[in-house]
Design a protein around this ligand. Structure first.
Ligand code: HDE
Length: 708
């Protein structure tokens, strides 16, 4: 960050482990000053390297071991520091201290991720995004480990390894990378109807965020809040982005993956560097215990959401991300999240997916971070003191004094003491549990299609079209005809027209309804009919908030506008647009026929951010051609400039054409339309910005006809 870094308790805590070499002498890991870091110790001028060369051995050994296993899922991610601020005292619903006082600030570290791709894959894969927040509270670390979609593919953690094996690259040739568009994924999905709701989300534009700061976050499971009186209330968590919810379309996503695979990572990094701090509000849906069974779905079923029409979202506070990490590996790679990291006031439900997660996250860190002491890694350690009787283990950092290490003891005066509830000791909610020891799926989980249909019906026409196209693409990549047919058959249970439209794209003339059983997720000695989907129950026909377009946010903050210009561009005009765009919290980049700089009409020099050869319109939110006859003449001679505008038109983006820029516009395919929608001729900066703040021109019917 430019200027002074915003301090918070965690940032202060990390200082003791940060290293800064400026002005320092080089030493080895033992603190010995290094005289020659360039040449090995050899026997003679041209002789072999000596085993004695401890400096070479230390340097090379460290390098040989500098990678750790990537996360088995969510391997690719990026993170930032910031804070959470409570809007009030919410102690009547939860005793969690970080929500107990108006204006109380808690440091956070938030990591976003894709799920299926490896660490080096593209940000713009069609995928769920992880949204994991570590709150460093005064009562210990609290992790809210969520996703950008409010439901999940499966209902029981037992199926997670199967789901991930199906979606990851196929096991013989490890193809394809970061993509669900292949046979094993759709084979699996077509056999488990419980995935249908999540499939609608993943096939929608939610899977292609424009920016990480333009997507929602969800806790997914139903959790519990516990107040001081020990009263429990069910809670679903939501993160609502200040910038609204926005996505790119699939064709752009594919091109961005080639042009800039780090698109989201770069955007997050740069917006923080530029002081445009991403912000979300934390909201909750609360359900009293007495209302647990009043819904037509089960609150413990992670394939269901609570429509906001039934339970509105109550906003509790905001999260601001305002500092980039100093070191990717030390912080972003080594951070270890766990839904079981909770504080008093937050507790679990019996959602079988959540229950399985409570085992998996510590277990996976043992391999990934190399042993049981990962909580001592600076980014993971709490800002509260840690005292217990855990000892030893690989890479132990803490030096525990005294002769103890057991409890109870008299020798150490009983220390460390257990904490009473009044003293912040965590006590699990006293839930009454009764039942037989069984492997089963509750009948209340068997309504697999209602909310898939609700989601589809709640989308605008454009969004529905994108879901259809996504399914045509994904299933179009599936080689097995049987899988394609089975999937299209399954879709008829969500929506008949959806299935028919997808079938058209796949050349399926006659849709075959899948044969019974529809659900193949049942135990060997059971009656399959006990596990089959039940009839749709949801009476709600539409839920407005399920459409991305329902939460557009305001203004153009976080957007990037491409300014096409060359030598001779009108200086007053380019300056006025640059200033207005910056003042609106957005960024502009000058794109020209060459790199370096351009000289404007009054002799001023402007740095070129990208030559046309090194960028593409898919990386920008809108395009602007500035007046200037010499400038337009050069741009006209570069076919990439013409393609730039046509492609932006095809992707429903606003295009600003000023003065002589019209000569360039006339060369585009798009200009065949004499009344083009969303093409803004000769607008002043203020009205240009006002117009483009609706971001996309979805009503542009001829967009698809542009052949770029
Ligand atoms: Fe995770 N998940 N998950 N997951 N998950 C992991 O933990 C797992 C699930 C989520 O930025 C792993 O530290 C199981 C739902 C995020 O570091 C692992 C099941 C949701 C992240 C694991 C689920 C998530 C993970 C891999 C089914 C949304 C990245 C590395 C029962 C509510 C955290 C790691 C980060 C990571 C297990 C399902 C969110 C293996 C068994 C549902 C955001 O422990």
């Amino acid at each position: 960050m430019k200027g002074k870094k915003p301090e918070n308790a965690k940032t202060d805590d990390l200082h003791m482990n940060t290293e800064d070499s400026s002005g320092e002498v080089m030493s080895n890991n033992q603190g010995l000053r290094v005289n020659d870091d360039q040449n090995s110790l050899t026997a003679g001028d041209r002789g072999p390297t000596l085993l004695e060369d401890f400096h070479f051995r230390e340097k090379m050994t460290h390098f040989d071991h500098e990678r750790i296993p990537e996360r088995v899922v969510h391997a690719r991610g990026e993170a930032a520091h910031g804070f959470f601020e409570s809007y009030g005292d919410f102690s009547s619903i939860t005793k969690a201290g970080f929500l107990g006082e108006k204006g109380k600030k808690t440091p956070v570290f938030t990591r976003f991720s894709t799920v299926a791709g490896f660490k080096g894959s593209s940000d713009l894969a069609r995928d769920v995004r992880g949204f994991a927040v570590k709150f460093y509270t005064e009562e210990g670390n609290y992790d809210l480990v969520g996703n950008n979609m409010p439901v999940f593919f499966i209902q029981d953690a037992m199926k997670f390894p199967d789901l991930i094996h199906a979606v990851k690259p196929e096991q013989d040739n490890e193809i394809p990378q970061a993509a669900s568009a292949h046979d094993t994924f759709w084979d699996f999905i077509s056999l488990i109807p419980e995935s249908m709701h999540m499939i609608m989300w993943v096939m929608s534009d939610r899977a292609l965020p424009r920016s990480l700061s333009m997507m929602e976050g969800f806790g997914v499971h139903t959790y519990r809040f516990i107040n001081k009186e020990g009263k429990s209330v069910f809670v679903k968590f939501h993160w609502k982005p200040k910038l609204g919810t926005h996505s790119v379309i699939w064709e752009e996503a594919q091109k961005i993956s080639g042009q800039d695979p780090d698109f989201h990572r770069r955007d997050l990094w740069e917006s923080i560097e530029n002081g445009n701090f991403p912000e979300w509000e934390l909201g909750v849906q609360l359900v009293e215990e007495k209302d647990e069974h009043k819904f037509d779905f089960d609150l413990l079923d992670p394939t269901k959401l609570i429509p906001e029409e039934l339970v509105p979202v109550k906003i509790l506070g905001k999260m601001v991300l305002n500092r980039n990490p100093d070191n990717f590996f030390a912080e972003t790679e080594q951070v270890a999240f766990h839904p079981g990291h909770v504080v008093p006031g937050i507790d679990f439900t019996n959602d079988p997916l959540l229950q399985g997660r409570l085992f998996s996250y510590t277990d996976t860190q043992l391999t990934r971070l190399g042993g049981p002491n990962f909580a001592e890694i600076p980014i993971n350690r709490p800002i509260t003191p840690v005292h217990n009787n855990q000892r030893g283990g690989s890479m132990r950092q803490t030096i525990n004094k005294g002769k103890g290490g057991y409890n109870p003891n008299k020798a150490s005066g009983g220390c460390p003491f257990q904490a009473s509830m009044a003293d912040g000791g965590y006590v699990s909610h006293h839930e009454k549990i009764e039942g037989h020891k069984i492997r089963n799926r509750s009948k209340s989980f068997m309504d697999h299609f209602s909310q898939a249909t609700l989601f589809y019906n709640s989308q605008t026409k454009v969004e529905q079209k994108h879901i259809i196209q996504a399914l045509q693409f994904e299933l179009g990549k599936v080689k097995s005809e049987a899988i394609r047919n089975r999937m299209v058959g399954m879709l008829t249970y969500v929506d008949q027209t959806l299935a028919e439209e997808v079938a058209k794209g796949l050349g399926i003339r006659e849709i075959q309804k899948p044969e019974a059983p529809l659900n193949h997720s049942y135990p060997a000695d059971s009656d399959p009919s006990d596990y089959q989907p039940t009839e749709s129950k949801t009476k709600l026909k539409k839920s407005e908030k399920l459409s991305l377009l329902a939460s557009p946010g305001k203004g153009i903050q976080g957007r990037i506008i491409a300014i096409l210009a060359d030598d001779g561009v009108d200086e007053t005009s380019i300056k006025a647009f640059q200033r207005a765009i910056k003042d609106a919290g957005a960024d502009s980049k000058i794109i020209s026929t060459h790199s370096g700089s351009i000289t404007a009409s009054e002799g001023g020099s402007f740095t070129v951010d990208h030559s046309l050869m090194t960028t593409a319109s898919v990386l920008f939110d809108a395009v602007l051609v500035i007046d200037g006859s010499k400038s337009t003449k050069s741009l006209k001679n570069d076919s990439l400039a013409i393609r730039f505008i046509d492609e932006a038109y095809r992707h429903y983006k606003f295009i600003g054409i000023n003065g002589t820029g019209e000569n360039l516009w006339d060369l585009t395919y798009a200009s065949k339309n004499k009344l083009p929608k969303g093409v803004l001729f000769n607008k002043d900066p203020k009205s240009f910005i006002e117009s483009i703040s609706s971001h996309r021109v979805w009503e542009r019917e001829d967009a698809d006809q542009i052949p770029v």
